[in-house]
Design a binder for this molecule. Structure first.
Ligand SMILES: Cc1cc2nc3c(=O)[nH]c(=O)nc-3n(C[C@H](O)[C@H](O)[C@H](O)COP(=O)(O)OP(=O)(O)OC[C@H]3O[C@@H](n4cnc5c(N)ncnc54)[C@H](O)[C@@H]3O)c2cc1C
Length: 290
């Protein structure tokens, strides 16, 4: 069944959540050939630069803490060849017994080159994200498929104003758009509304603050705890807040909304209610119930 507001490209690219019937986590999940994590590595070690079918083998170049529960992962992917801002990859982990888990992750970078950046938030009960956030180390190999998605993308040749709206880790593909906008010198007006629970949950804070300027207006929304001295109380995004702080429909902006499913659905509904054509509101749902 079609999901309103979700592009067919995104739906098709969604991972097969091939969770085991038992519901057990992928313990010690790793790509064959990566360091052993207390369990026997099976299968022939894969080599960097080799592709198997649609899957490319990347090597983790570096990691960086973004928030207490999230980190950025820089990955060198020989043969990657670049991506458009907003695209994502599928990441495949394989356990020693051959069980695989595939999840999608947005690429925070854009343009040519073979190095990409992902930023992953850990879901404590998740199968894949705890491994990516807590166990993956520089030098480890990771199977990737992509770049994927052709709908939730922004190209520097697009002249129209752009309103970006992120909830939590939903900033990741929007960061790629902000970076592409800055790198290209695009004159398209950009505005960002970024909703997080608390100040420590902001991804890419230093870079966002550096990008913030008269040509990039950023509205910060804190839903549970605001910074010291913040003039407004913590609270969720509301239709009134959207109407007051985002580009109006009369400016005919392209709007990109990304984050947890419930956040995206609420915001997209309100945007249409305040006059944005549904076709101008592009959404990417990361999953979850809240
Ligand atoms: C196109 C696309 C791009 C994505 N990009 C990113 C990204 O850049 N960074 C990132 O951190 N995640 C991203 N995600 C989400 C990611 O694919 C995984 O869903 C997430 O990492 C959880 O995987 P897991 O295996 O750890 O948890 P799972 O084992 O899949 O799920 C564990 C539990 O958490 C719930 N759950 C699943 N996803 C979420 C969620 N997003 N929020 C709250 N609860 C959830 C499930 O219903 C389940 O109950 C993206 C998703 C899509 C579809």
């Amino acid at each position: 069944m079609a999901i309103p507001g979700v592009s067919s490209a995104t739906r098709e690219a969604r991972p097969a959540h091939d969770r085991r019937e038992t519901g057990a986590r992928v313990t010690g999940a790793h790509v064959a050939g990566t360091r052993e994590t207390g369990t026997q590595v099976t299968g022939a070690p894969a080599r960097s630069g080799r592709s198997v079918g649609d899957w490319k083998l990347g090597v983790v170049a570096a990691t960086r803490a973004e928030t207490p529960s999230a980190r950025s992962i820089l990955i060198d992917v020989p043969g990657w060849g670049g991506n458009v801002a907003g695209q994502h990859v599928d990441v495949r982990l394989t356990a020693p017994d051959g069980y695989t888990a595939v999840r999608s992750y947005s690429v925070a970078t854009a343009g040519a080159g073979d190095r990409i950046e992902l930023a992953v938030d850990k879901l404590p009960t998740g199968e894949v994200s705890p491994y990516l956030v807590e166990e993956l180390e520089p030098g480890d190999e990771l199977e990737l498929r992509g770049p994927l998605g052709g709908w939730f993308v922004w190209r520097p040749t697009q002249p129209e104003p752009v309103q970006l709206i992120a909830g939590g880790s939903g900033i990741v593909p929007l960061m790629a758009m902000l970076r592409a906008h800055a790198a290209s010198g695009s004159a398209a007006p950009f505005r960002l509304l970024y909703s997080v629970r608390a100040p420590e949950d902001v991804f890419f804070r230093d870079e966002l603050e550096a990008l913030s300027s008269p040509s990039l207006d950023i509205t910060w929304v804190y839903t549970r705890a605001a910074p010291v001295g913040w003039t407004t109380s913590p609270g969720r995004v509301t239709p009134e807040l959207l109407a007051a702080t985002t580009l109006p429909a009369r400016d005919a902006p392209m709007v990109f909304v990304c984050g947890p499913t419930a956040f995206v659905e609420s915001v997209a509904t309100w945007l249409v209610e305040i006059g944005h054509p549904a076709a101008s509101v592009k959404t990417e749902r990361f999953g979850g119930l809240s």
